[in-house]
Design a protein around this ligand. Structure first.
Ligand code: NAP
Length: 514
């Protein structure tokens, strides 16, 4: 049997008492490690995190906690090669795709580390200006933000075992809040190893960082009113979480990052072969193939003027044809595997569901696998679908196929495009491609209420933009409606979730001492 990974809870490493769930290599099919959380003292471990980890973190200033993040960066950098090996084996990703997760995590941590020094040597934040409550300002109201006195529980999705942990842990630890992470079982190994390296390096106070690998059973029951819960995953699990008494009755603050039918829009007035057209084609192909489309931010719907439907189909397909699919260990392979058989079955099922309302413009099945056995490997070629009836094809606007699949959607005019995009009912990101700055700005504002992020690619930005699907710590991540209604990152805004705001009403002399 493979090794059983330990959990870190209550300041010590502890094994589950069950036989565990096996994690597998999605390309070769072999078992890698096992995880198990049976029999853990969750209540005791959570108390230890709150009381030991929380108190130790809160005793530090933001600047000092930023330095802790900097120390974590150094630890992770020194083990980077191991993380790439784990990602190849457990996530089936090619090097460039592993980088999105691993280096994205390290970059995000490093960015928050520098923001610690911006906040400086203080332990609470002043929120806005004091306003008078009495004549002559002798009595005033000043809002402050202080770290929550609970813990932050992260329940994460399988597709970002590294970044998913650190993009949340960076603002939490910087805020002075201890972290317990429960990674998705399928890819828990990388999360567990990173936590192990950081804990073993002794850079954090005891109780500041814990990991529970395996079943989620009992985790929410152990939450208390001042804890916060950050969930990333499917809309179905999100709904279960929202109904849990911890959230529904004990008011545990919850942030939900769920699925999303993201869009790319080529604005009216562009012809085939213009820089805007080419930028859209390039970005769509990149988004479909990076991490085999297993990105919550990936482009799922591609909107083009009706006159450009054929030209866009041709240009995207021509690029997709060149995508080599298979074993990520083979240097010639550009796209690796889906994470496991269950996800592969779900992608194939979603694809056939969408096919009933669409035509196939590029068939993923034509991609012969390189260096991989199709009977074992969870590899799926990229498929571009298209619809000539965008209003009737409701499934295209409602179904997230979490794999290398996108649908080309023609629109009549700008208003029609916006209407169709909004049928996603709230998304993480939309990207716009065009050359008319005013039209781009107008469209961005039109979409800002239904998207957490609008990524605009004008000719000036084409060579330097950060990528439709890349989540940058400087920008908000999250989206309204079906995307979960959450907000993460966005610079120091991320700290709001880990702080409580209170109004202090006092004389100016008292407020000046804050
Ligand atoms: P999932 O099945 O919902 O699982 C997410 C996490 O929830 C896992 O850790 C899972 O543990 C746990 N979980 C399952 N049932 C639970 C329950 N009853 N109570 C508490 N936790 C529970 O989602 P997934 O398949 O891992 O991830 C894919 C989905 O996540 C996609 O839809 C994607 O769009 C979305 N996603 C969104 C974002 C974003 O930032 N918006 C980012 C990444 C992914 P186990 O693994 O042990 O079952």
């Amino acid at each position: 049997m493979s090794d059983l990974l330990l959990n870190h809870l209550g300041g010590r490493w502890v094994a589950g008492t069950g036989s565990g769930s096996a994690l597998a290599d999605p390309v070769l099919g072999n078992e890698l490690v096992r995880v198990d959380a049976t029999g853990l003292d969750l209540a005791g471990g959570f108390t230890f995190a709150r009381e030991q980890g929380g108190a130790a973190l809160r005793a530090l200033t933001y600047r000092q906690r930023g330095e802790l993040l900097g120390a974590i960066v150094k630890v992770l950098q020194s083990h980077r090669d191991t993380y790439y090996e784990i990602a190849t084996a457990n996530s089936g990703t090619v090097k460039n795709d592993s980088a999105v997760d691993i280096d994205g995590a390290i970059y995000t941590l490093g960015t928050y580390a520098t923001w610690g020094s911006v906040l400086g040597d203080r332990r609470s934040l002043v929120d806005g200006e004091a306003v008078p409550l009495a004549k002559d300002g002798a009595f005033q109201s000043q809002h402050v933000q202080v770290p929550v006195r609970g813990l932050a529980l992260f329940i994460n999705a399988f597709n970002f075992p590294a970044w998913g942990l650190w993009e949340k842990a960076a603002p939490a630890l910087l805020s002075g809040v201890p972290v317990v992470v429960k990674p998705a079982t399928a890819t828990a190994w990388l999360t567990q190893r990173m936590v192990k390296d950081v804990v073993d390096a002794g850079v954090l106070p005891a109780g500041a960082l814990s990991v529970v690998c395996g079943s989620s059973a009992g985790l929410l029951d152990a939450l208390q009113p001042f804890d916060v819960l950050s969930f990333t995953g499917s809309a179905d699990t999100a709904a279960t979480i929202r109904r849990h008494p911890a959230v529904a009755e004990r008011s545990v603050r919850v942030n939900i990052e769920a699925d999303s039918i993201n869009s790319a829009l080529l604005l009216p007035g562009e012809a085939a072969g213009t820089p805007a057209f080419d930028a859209l084609v390039k970005e769509v192909v990149r988004e479909m193939t990076v991490k085999s489309g297993q990105k919550c931010t990936a482009i799922r719907r591609v909107f083009v003027p009706v006159a450009l439907y054929e030209a866009a189909a041709e240009a995207i397909s021509a690029r997709l044809t060149k995508t080599t699919v298979g074993n990520p260990r083979n240097e010639s392979v550009r796209m690796g595997a889906l994470v496991n058989r269950a996800q592969m079955a779900s992608v194939l099922e979603g694809l056939s569901y969408l096919k009933q309302q669409t035509e196939v413009l590029h068939d993923g099945a034509v991609h012969a696998l390189v260096d991989a056995d199709a009977a074992v490997a969870c590899c799926v070629g990229p498929t571009l679908l298209g619809t000539k009836s965008p209003d009737a094809a409701n499934r295209v606007h409602e179904t997230e196929v979490f794999g290398p699949v996108a649908t080309l959607v023609p629109y009549r005019d700008a208003e029609h495009a916006l209407q169709l995009i909004r049928r996603g009912e709230g998304s993480l990101v939309a990207s716009l491609y065009g050359s008319d700055d005013a039209a781009l700005a107008r469209t961005a504002l039109e979409l800002a209420d239904s998207h957490g992020r609008v990524h605009v690619i004008s000719p000036e930005a084409a060579a330097v933009h950060s990528g439709h699907g890349n989540v940058m710590p400087q920008s908000l991540h999250g989206g309204p409606g079906r995307a979960g209604g959450g907000e993460e990152l966005g610079g120091l805004r991320a700290l709001n979730f880990y702080h409580r705001r209170a109004a202090l009403q006092a004389a100016p002399a008292v407020l000046q001492k804050l």
